[in-house]
Design a protein. Structure first.
Length: 282
């Protein structure tokens, strides 16, 4: 469930429009030295992702035409865009202080603790045709939330620097912003037919019945190790929900600084556009 070996297209019996998933281990102690120099250390990734973003932009255009003609995305394009999405998400997770492990320079990193799982399916040609218009509401939400998080980023950086760890409410709210951003990117690049959802976390039963949820959690834990995933499902407490509202208001106050589409303009630490079979980093 990240960017390692990607799973193939979902079988016909699988439910359609399965939302992309983001797995992040529970918050733990962070080294203050790496926290202090966090963004500086990630500069090489930002440079590489800048050029990958350009390639992803052209790949997304090709993907749009292919999806419009065949309702699917060619495997090579899908794997590249899914890998790019995973790389950018790993870098963002490190930049947003969600993990304290330097991300590898690779499209697919099955051993890294932050993992993206994208499950592709046949696309609706009409939805592909109007993809940019359909994306506007999600792009606005993700742009406001991301801009708000970074507008207050100095506060979060100082908190983690002093405490040596990310407080649980901040972890939950930051993970929610990153997950929604990832889902918006996956939809923009036509990696999934599922419209971005779950900005305020998951409701009970989001992963299916109790038995299905237990099975999925067990599968994730087996892939990620004993720590498991703190974001599948992503259940937010009241403080985290309040923080998300604060992010939105801060982003709104700052005019969402720039475009409503970071995936189509690459405006934040490590981002770009998205395509369509199914892929999972394991």
């Amino acid at each position: 469930m990240t960017e390692g070996p990607w799973a193939g297209p979902i079988p016909p019996s699988a439910p359609p429009e399965r939302l992309p998933q983001l797995d992040i281990p529970p918050p733990g102690p962070q080294r203050r030295l790496t926290v202090f120099f966090r963004l500086l250390l990630l500069v090489p990734h930002f440079v590489v992702l800048f050029f990958l973003h350009i390639a992803a932009w052209f790949a997304t255009i090709a993907t749009w035409f292919a999806a419009l003609a065949t309702a699917r995305v060619p495997d090579p394009l899908y794997r590249f865009l899914a890998g790019y999405l995973g790389w950018a998400t790993r870098v963002d997770a490190e930049a947003m202080l969600l993990v304290d492990r330097y991300p590898p320079f690779a499209l697919h990193a099955p051993g890294y603790p932050v993992r993206v799982e994208v499950t592709g399916d046949r696309l609706n040609r009409l939805a592909v045709l109007f993809r940019l218009i359909l994306l506007i509401p999600a792009l606005i939400v993700q742009a406001l939330a991301s801009s708000g998080w970074w507008a207050l980023g100095l506060i979060w950086w100082l908190i983690v620097l002093v405490m040596g760890r990310v407080p649980q409410p901040l972890f939950e709210a930051s993970a929610a912003v990153l997950r929604f951003r990832m889902r918006t990117g996956a939809y923009a690049m036509m990696l999934t037919p599922a419209y971005p959802k779950g900005f305020f976390g998951d409701r009970p039963g989001a992963l299916g019945t109790d038995a299905e949820e237990a099975e999925e959690v067990g599968r994730v834990t087996e892939n990620l190790g004993a720590s498991g995933s703190a974001t599948r499902p992503l259940v937010l407490g009241t403080p985290a929900t309040v923080l998300l509202v604060v992010f939105l208001l801060a982003g709104l106050a700052g005019g969402a600084s720039g475009s409503t589409s970071s995936y189509t303009t690459g405006d934040e630490p490590g981002r770009g556009p998205s395509p369509s079979p199914a892929v999972t980093d394991r």
